[in-house]
Design a protein around this ligand. Structure first.
Ligand SMILES: Cc1cc2nc3c(=O)[nH]c(=O)nc-3n(C[C@H](O)[C@H](O)[C@H](O)COP(=O)(O)OP(=O)(O)OC[C@H]3O[C@@H](n4cnc5c(N)ncnc54)[C@H](O)[C@@H]3O)c2cc1C
Ligand code: SF4
Length: 213
């Protein structure tokens, strides 16, 4: 693992300021279950890591206000999966979270980090393979002729055949109408530059008439 600077943000403004100094080499740290893994593997090499767990009070909420489900980016997978309102009104979200990973990881991992997790393609995670367009854009793709060349079947190209591994986002895609999905994906893609995933995750609207009494 390479040396890096660790900084702690106590509010949103501080988190944004800390990352704005060097956005290309700064990563936010939530549960760390993806980031620390990839840093140990030398796949991600941030020079600065900004711990945003101090914002959990402000951005860790799970609220069903009658019309929309509000999920904070720092809500933990386990807490959302166990939340009575989520289980009752959005069982597909609860199932996507409680069937993922392991109890230990679900206790640590946040929803924001879950949405932003990286591919599990083994060529991406093993830096002995020089060719990986996701890790080093323009370097090629070792997987297309590799042992897992059938990694993905739909939505792939000769540039990358990896699929997205997150179950939660897949559940969201099942819930959200196609016209919202694009906006959601656009918002999600900008999340590595800004720190809060809430705008991407909420509101997942459900018609009031569909709510159980
Ligand atoms: C052994 C194992 C098994 C797994 N199995 C599954 C599975 O079956 N299904 C599944 O869906 N997932 C699975 N995962 C992935 C796991 O769910 C993710 O690692 C986890 O959700 C990431 O959340 P985190 O809070 O730990 O993110 P971190 O590791 O802290 O962050 C991940 C990335 O997101 C960025 N980030 C985090 N929060 C924010 C934010 N609020 N704003 C902007 N950027 C942010 C970080 O900078 C980093 O780049 C597995 C992981 C492991 C290690
Ligand atoms: S499929 Fe190819 S480009 Fe995509 S992550 Fe794997 S090695 Fe990298």
């Amino acid at each position: 693992m390479r040396p890096f600077h660790y900084q702690h943000a106590s509010d949103r403004a501080e988190a944004l300021t800390l990352a704005a100094t060097a956005p290309a080499t700064t990563q936010y740290l939530a549960g760390g279950t993806t980031l620390v893994d990839l840093m140990k593997l030398d796949v991600m090499r941030p020079l600065t890591v900004v711990d945003i767990n101090g914002l959990a009070g402000e951005h860790g909420e799970v609220v069903l206000d009658g019309q929309a489900l509000h999920l904070g980016a720092l809500a933990r997978m386990a807490d959302v999966a166990e939340h009575p309102a989520v289980r009752r009104e959005f069982p597909v979200i609860a199932q996507s979270l409680e069937l993922a990973a392991s109890p230990q990881i679900r206790n640590m991992a946040s929803l924001g980090g879950n949405v932003l997790q990286r591919t599990r393609c083994s060529y991406f995670r093993d830096t002995h393979w020089a060719a990986c367009n996701k890790r080093a854009p323009g370097s090629g793709c070792a997987a297309v002729a590799g042992v897992n060349r059938r990694l993905g079947v739909l939505g792939v190209s000769e540039h990358c055949i990896a699929n997205y591994p997150g179950d939660f986002a897949t559940a969201l895609a099942a819930l959200v109408p196609p016209w919202i999905s694009k906006a959601l994906l656009r918002a999600a893609s900008s999340l590595s530059r800004i720190f809060i995933a809430c705008p991407a995750i909420r509101p997942i609207s459900k018609p009031r008439s569909g709510l159980a009494s």
